[in-house]
Design a protein around this ligand. Structure first.
Ligand SMILES: *Cc1c(COP(=O)(O)O)cnc(C)c1O
Length: 459
């Protein structure tokens, strides 16, 4: 039986010669179509051989064509889709962190779709530097002598430590040996950068004398790390950056600070708790400061490095820097974002990340009420939707213990669990990402501007 079933299978050419087969060639790449036909036929052959398919009905040509069609169609939906971030975390690493300003999006489109003077000096008609504009903006905004940029902040720390201390010891407080998530761990980054980690102090307390005692002929760098997503509270003490700088200067050892998020403007201006400013670290004497482009700054994924000219030059000339350099789209988006910090009269309007932070609660409440009405109607009788007070968090390790008051929609049901409700919202297009708290599904409205966005639709 199985032998005759196998014999009855059409060939790839036969499938391709059908009307449907011909249509595929207008929609998909040629090689992809033939490979998919082959894969589907292989699959059926195996099912026949292993006894899962036994009837001639299962292998009629029409069924096979349908299988190929379905398989081809799967790839029509890209993996990266728009989602609605109602998670309550403004800078959500899993949801792509910062939303770019319109000026940054426009800049990306321009350089992506046309030739650009990326490394060409229009004035001199000669080769130019790809980072020159970003460097100019960064030095102006932070007061640094020099600046450079790489792929992300993890790369900035890697290339920074490698440039300043390869083959030497890097002294770090035990209270700052953090893991940021996504496998970024300070001890491992230091090891990969070719330096030797020298831990000092304890988890909760580190004193200047701990650094002093650890310094020796092979010390290459004093590294200070922003603990980002956690805080040590209670009986604790850390060595401040100015103290560390004075120790470094006394021994002629450079000091680098990984600020994590860092900020270019004082967030207390917007009524938010303060994150350390890059410019303050430089005033305090850090030789090199590294920070992310897509955290509080609100730009594209990138790692920014600002500091003393000789140190930044050493980093820029390191071959590792070439390996982790930014592409033109990132540079265009970053420069456009930094230009807003210089030129926008209203940052909280023009930079989405800052807009989310500063959004007035009464505006959030209006959207929440409207969304609640739309959602109650759309979900039908098995669900109850209510508007409640909630708390949004910044995310990405910035301001880890602070929250912002917000309005959330609680969606509950006697029929469905919170997990099932979350799944239903995730399967909508665009997918709607909320969070589950105390066994209830919540949608945070702080990052939602159109109430219709919270109504699940099938794409
Ligand atoms: C987030 C963070 C990093 C990693 O930055 P990416 O831009 O995600 O690579 C490194 N150090 C600290 C302290 C951070 O907070």
């Amino acid at each position: 039986m199985s032998a005759s079933l196998l014999r009855s299978l059409p060939s790839v050419d036969r499938l391709l010669s059908t009307e449907r087969g011909q249509r595929w060639f207008g929609t998909y790449a040629h090689d992809y179509v033939t490979a998919t036909c082959r894969a589907v036929l292989d699959h059926i052959r195996r099912d026949i051989q292993e006894g899962r398919l036994t009837s001639t009905e299962d292998v009629v040509q029409e069924r096979i064509l349908e299988s190929v069609d379905a398989r081809l169609a799967v790839t029509r939906e890209p993996h990266l889709l728009r989602v609605v971030n109602a998670s309550g975390t403004i800078l959500h690493t899993n949801l792509g962190r910062a939303i770019l300003a319109q000026a940054a999006v426009d800049a990306v489109v321009t350089v992506a779709s046309q030739a650009t003077n990326l490394e060409f000096d229009l004035e001199r008609g000669a080769r130019g530097r790809r980072e020159s504009e970003v460097e100019k903006l960064l030095t102006a905004l932070t007061g640094a002598e020099a600046a450079t940029v790489v792929n992300n902040n993890a790369a900035a720390v890697l290339v920074g430590v490698n440039s300043l201390a390869a083959g030497k010891e890097v002294i770090v407080s035990r209270g700052e040996l953090v893991e940021i998530g996504g496998a970024f761990r300070i001890p491992e980054i230091v090891a990969r950068s070719g330096a030797v980690l020298r831990e000092v102090g304890t988890t909760n307390r580190t004193h200047p004398s701990d650094y002093e005692r650890a310094i020796g002929p092979n010390t290459g760098l004093l590294l200070k790390v922003h603990t980002s997503n956690y805080r040590i509270v209670g009986f604790s003490s850390e060595v401040s950056l100015p103290q560390l700088v004075s120790i470094g200067r006394a021994h002629r050892i450079p000091v680098m600070e990984d600020l994590g998020s860092g900020a270019l403007v004082d967030l207390s201006r917007f009524g938010l708790p303060k994150e350390p400013l890059v410019s303050e670290s430089l005033v305090d004497g850090a030789d090199v400061v590294t920070f992310s482009g897509d955290k509080l700054l609100g730009g594209p994924q990138s790692g920014l490095i600002a500091g003393a000219r000789a140190r930044v030059d050493a980093i820029r000339e390191n071959p590792l820097h070439r390996a982790v350099r930014c592409d033109k789209m990132t540079l265009a988006a970053l420069a456009a974002t930094l230009r807003l910090y210089q030129q926008s009269p209203d940052l909280a309007r023009d930079i989405p990340t800052l807009r989310y932070f500063t959004r007035p609660l009464d505006e959030i409440a209006i959207i929440a009420e409207e969304a609640s009405r739309l959602l109650s109607d759309a979900l039908g009788p098995f669900y109850r939707v209510s508007v409640e007070d909630g708390a949004s968090q910044v995310g990405s390790g910035a301001l880890p213990v602070d929250t912002l008051p917000t309005k959330v929609l609680a969606v509950v049901s006697d029929e469905f669990s919170a997990d099932e409700i979350a799944g239903r919202f995730r399967s909508a297009r665009p997918a709607i990402i909320g969070r589950i708290k105390d066994d209830r599904f919540l949608l945070d409205v702080r990052t939602v501007f159109d109430p219709n966005d919270l109504v699940p639709r099938q794409g």
